[in-house]
Design a protein around this ligand. Structure first.
Ligand code: SAH
Length: 387
C-alpha cells in the first residue's frame, strides 16, 4: 500500500495518485511533470487541508484544462467514516474504514483550553503489549500517509473547522491511537509534516506528539528528521517487569530506550524541552512504592515529566485499574523525588475510547485475534457456569 499510483494486478489499471497524502513539495513535483509551475502544489495543499475541498472541480484558481489533466492522474480519496459516537464527557470516537476493509479508530478529547485528536498509525499493532486492547486484535498493515492525515481531515471537517473564520477545534494531535507509529516510520513522518505545514494544518511542533513503546533505531532516526514532542511508554521501572508487559523491551531494553529518548532531546535546538513518560498503572503489577522509587532513579538523567495513566479495562483483560490509594502514593513519591507528575483523567470510557481501549475491526494477519476471541469465549462459558 502506498500513496503513489499503483497498478492493480487484477485489472491492470493504474490507480490514481491520492493527492491527500502528498506534501506540498511532492505536489509541486507532480505539477512540474505536467509542465506547470511548482507553486500550484501549494495551492492544492491549501484547498485540501485548509479549505477542506476534495473535488478538483472546485479548485477555482486552477484553470479548467489543468484540473482536467490533473484528474487523469490524481484524485483525493478520503477514508470512509463508518460511525461516530459521542461520550457523555464530550469525547468523540470515529470508526473509519480504510482500503482493504479493516476499520481503525480515532478519538477527539476536548479540554478547556485545547482539543486533542488521538490518531492511529497502523491497522492493529504488532507489538502485543500485555495490557492493550489494540494488540489483541493482531495486525493487518501500516496506514498510508493519506490514511493518517485523512483522520485529521475528517475530524477538522466534522467540527466545521474548514469554514472560513471558524475556530480551530483540533489544536493538538497525539500519535497514540492504534499502532506503533515508529513501526510505520515514513508514512507517520510525512503525515506529521503535513500537520506542521503552515499551508496545511499549521500546528506547532509542541502540539504534535509521537508516542512510542521503544523502537530504538527508529527513534534515533526520528531525531534526524523531526522535532515533534516525544512521549515514551515505559509502564515498568525494570527490565524483568517490562519484558512481561511490553515485549519489545526484550529487543531494546529500558536503558537503551531512555538513552535514545535523551539523544532525541539533545538533537533539539531548544534545550528546555522534555519527554513525556507514560506509565499505565495496574493494580498490584507495577504500582508499588518500590516501583515508584525505582522509576525515579531510572529517569534521573532524562529531562521529563511523568504522566500516570490508570489502566483502562477491556473485555478479557488480565489486569485491574490501580486503586486510588496506590495511585496517590505513586504520584506523591515521584513528586517528592522532584518530578512533575500528572494523572491522565480517564475520558470517553463509556464509548470504549480511553487509552488502550481502541480495537477497530482488524482483518488480522496474525493468529492473535483468534486466540483472544477463544479466550473471551472460554471466560464467558466459565461465567455462565458460575452464575
Ligand atoms: N504504540 C504507541 C502508541 C500507543 S499510545 C505506544 O505504545 O506509545 C497509547 C498509550 O496508552 C500507550 O502509552 C499505551 O501503553 C497506553 N495504554 C495501552 N493500553 C492501555 C490501557 N488498557 N489502559 C491505559 N493505558 C493503556
Amino acid at each position: 500500500m502506498s500513496d503513489e499510483s499503483t497498478v492493480s494486478l487484477e485489472t491492470g489499471q493504474v490507480a490514481k495518485v491520492n493527492l491527500l497524502g502528498l506534501s506540498g513539495s511532492r505536489l509541486g513535483d507532480l505539477f512540474e511533470e505536467l509542465g506547470e509551475k511548482r507553486f500550484r502544489g501549494t495551492q492544492i495543499l491549501k484547498w485540501i487541508h485548509q479549505m477542506g475541498t476534495c473535488d478538483l472541480d472546485d479548485m477555482s484558481n486552477l484553470s479548467k484544462p489543468l484540473r482536467t489533466r490533473l484528474a487523469t492522474i490524481g484524485e483525493v480519496r478520503l477514508p470512509e467514516v463508518v460511525s461516530c459516537q459521542d461520550s457523555v464527557d464530550g469525547t468523540r470516537k470515529w470508526l473509519i474504514r480504510v482500503e482493504g476493509g479493516s476499520c481503525i479508530e480515532m478519538v477527539y478529547i476536548p479540554e478547556r483550553d485545547r482539543g486533542t485528536l488521538c490518531v492511529s498509525s497502523q491497522i492493529g499493532c504488532a507489538l502485543d503489549c500485555a495490557f492493550c486492547a489494540t494488540g489483541k486484535q493482531g495486525f493487518n498493515r501500516d496506514l498510508t500517509t493519506a490514511e493518517i492525515i485523512g483522520q485529521v481531515w475528517i475530524a477538522a471537517n466534522s467540527f466545521g473547522q474548514f469554514v472560513p473564520g471558524a475556530p480551530r477545534r483540533v489544536t493538538n494531535v497525539v500519535m497514540m491511537g492504534m499502532g506503533e507509529p515508529l513501526m510505520n516510520f515514513d508514512h507517520v513522518v510525512d503525515a506529521m509534516n503535513l500537520m506542521l505545514d503552515d499551508n496545511a494544518y499549521g500546528l506547532s511542533k509542541r502540539r504534535v506528539t509521537l508516542s512510542t513503546a521503544g523502537v530504538v533505531p527508529a527513534l534515533d532516526k526520528l531525531g534526524d528528521v523531526s522535532d515533534v514532542s516525544l512521549a515514551i511508554s515505559l509502564h515498568a521501572p525494570n527490565d524483568a517487569l517490562r519484558n512481561q508487559l511490553v515485549p519489545i523491551n526484550r529487543k531494546y531494553p529500558l536503558r537503551e530506550f531512555i538513552d535514545s529518548a535523551r539523544r532525541y532531546l539533545d538533537k533539539m535546538p531548544d534545550n528546555r524541552r522534555k519527554v513525556t513518560v507514560e506509565y499505565t498503572l495496574m493494580d498490584r503489577v507495577n504500582d508499588r512504592s518500590e516501583h515508584a522509587r525505582e522509576l525515579a532513579e531510572l529517569l534521573r538523567e532524562l529531562p521529563c515529566k511523568i504522566n500516570l495513566i490508570p489502566f483502562n479495562p477491556f473485555p478479557g483483560a488480565d489486569f485491574k485499574r490501580v486503586t486510588n490509594t496506590a495511585l496517590n502514593r505513586f504520584r506523591d513519591i515521584l513528586h517528592d523525588e522532584g518530578y512533575t507528575v500528572t494523572v491522565r483523567t480517564t475520558r470517553g470510557d463509556d464509548i470504549a475510547a480511553a487509552c488502550g481501549q481502541l480495537a477497530g475491526e482488524v482483518n488480522d494477519k496474525t493468529r492473535r485475534q483468534a486466540r483472544y476471541k477463544r479466550r473471551l469465549e472460554k471466560q464467558q462459558v466459565i461465567k455462565m457456569i458460575e452464575a
